[in-house]
Design a protein around this ligand. Sequence first.
Ligand code: FES
Length: 177
Amino acid sequence: MADDKKAPAGAAAPPVATPVADGLTRRQVLRSGMFATVGAFFGTLAGGSAAMFWPIKLTGFGGVVSVPKKLNEIKVGEVVTVREGKFYLTRSEEGLMALYWKCVHLGCTVPWNQGAGKFLCPCHGSVYTLDGQNVAGPAPRPLDMMEITVSGQDITVNTGKITQRSTHDPEHFTKVG
Ligand code: FES
């Protein structure tokens, strides 16, 4: 009996899956590669998304910074420089101030001058008192202040909470015992 399904003369033979390695066909190898690529893509996407929603612990400038001295170690009239938070913690009879060290004129860093007992801006000569009040030079207002929290003898400053003020007010001090 003749075979009805015989290919016509001259027709190409149907493709045959050829093993390329360890019995895997080319199609299986390509499929595995595709799945690996798609898996890597979604893995990266998921990792990035998870990182985006992970709470970031802010330290340094922009976050809450600890003052390296205890409250009872800071004398009246003293200025503690806290580089990590870009501020000065000052203590006067009225209480504590945390002053952002950026000059409110054009942004220079204002150093404390112990001899003068003032903050003296080296750029254009603005002068500020211990509590940040501008008393000379082109600065239009006092140094900006940051929020202070006192817990026992520990002092922390929220450097992400900077307040501008048009003039110094006794209300700006954080009162301590
Ligand atoms: S930047 Fe300080 S006085 Fe100009």
